[in-house]
Design a protein around this ligand. Structure first.
Ligand SMILES: [Zn+2]
Ligand SMILES: [Zn+2]
Length: 276
């Protein structure tokens, strides 16, 4: 993925995605911006406490907690600057909220790293309060924060994936960032894995097991038939009500980068959310 941009790969999968071309292009460009931004953080994660991390895995503790990963204000700021510059140029409706966020950040009214810590600790309330204070849509602030944190986690995840293996990790949540995954893929050898959409980590996970609650009783896990769909499968768990998608590389090949699998199979998300 070093040289080939995701944008170049988009043309092959565009017909499968029910999103207008312009929005789709911007989404993929944002992924490219995030990837390029993540490269500047690669050096940060050269010496990882692998033993601690593996010990954490055995206890079900994701790597970012074992390290523990501390997001520095200056790194977050560098990432955030790349994201807002892309948004300002490409998505006009973000210009006004970004101006407000910028003004409050510069005046010290908000601090990005504090908000990102809150977001990561699941304390969305704090982010929403900050958004209300500076009169920005909370979802916009949350999205900009998440997009800005992501490249740092991508770099961390990449470094870790090259240094250690995730075979002792048994959970359906991401071994690196602890996030949930709704994306399973089956490699060419027929092995099943989950992929994290937040940090990009990939780890083995048994096929037919719910990634959310770990249920593996075949009678309460079903494949939802999708008319006209021959690439992806939509799965649902009747125990927890969650759904996930399966991309089978024995069927679709490996020409498309896995970071595009989630958007490639977006049609299934539409169907799944419509069913609720
Ligand atoms: Zn992750
Ligand atoms: Zn479940």
């Amino acid at each position: 993925m070093d040289k080939v941009s995701l944008k170049d790969k988009l043309k092959d999968i565009k017909p499968d995605i029910p999103i207008d071309e312009d929005s789709l292009l911007k989404y993929v460009e944002l992924l490219d911006v995030q990837y390029n931004t993540s490269l500047q953080f690669s050096d940060k994660f050269k010496q990882l406490p692998l033993e601690e991390i593996q010990k954490g895995f055995a206890e079900g503790k994701p790597a970012y907690l074992s390290v523990p990963l501390k997001i520095e204000e200056e790194d977050l700021l560098a990432s955030y600057k790349a994201i807002i510059s892309f948004l300002r140029e490409n998505i006009p409706e973000t210009v006004e909220p970004i101006d407000k966020i910028e003004a409050s950040r510069e005046s010290g009214e908000i601090k990005l790293s504090e908000l990102s810590d809150a977001l990561f600790a699941g304390n969305e309330e704090q982010v929403h309060e900050a958004a209300e204070k500076i009169q920005v849509d909370p979802e916009v602030l949350e999205a900009i924060l998440a997009w800005s944190i992501q490249p740092i986690f991508e770099a961390f995840s990449r470094a870790l994936s090259g240094e250690t293996d995730f075979s002792s990790w048994k959970s359906g949540r991401c071994p690196v960032c602890g996030g949930p995954s709704r994306l399973e893929f089956i490699d060419e050898e027929g092995h099943s894995h989950l992929k994290c959409q937040f940090c990009g980590a990939e780890w083995s996970y048994p096929e037919g097991k719910c990634p959310y609650c770990g249920n593996e009783e075949s009678e309460s896990i079903i494949e939802i038939p999708v008319k006209g769909e021959d690439k992806f499968r939509l799965m649902a768990c009747y125990k927890c009500g969650g759904y996930w998608k399966i991309v089978d590389e024995r069927k679709v090949g490996t020409n498309i980068p896995r970071s595009l699998y989630d958007i490639w199979s977006f049609r299934l998300d539409l169907l799944a959310s419509g069913q609720k």
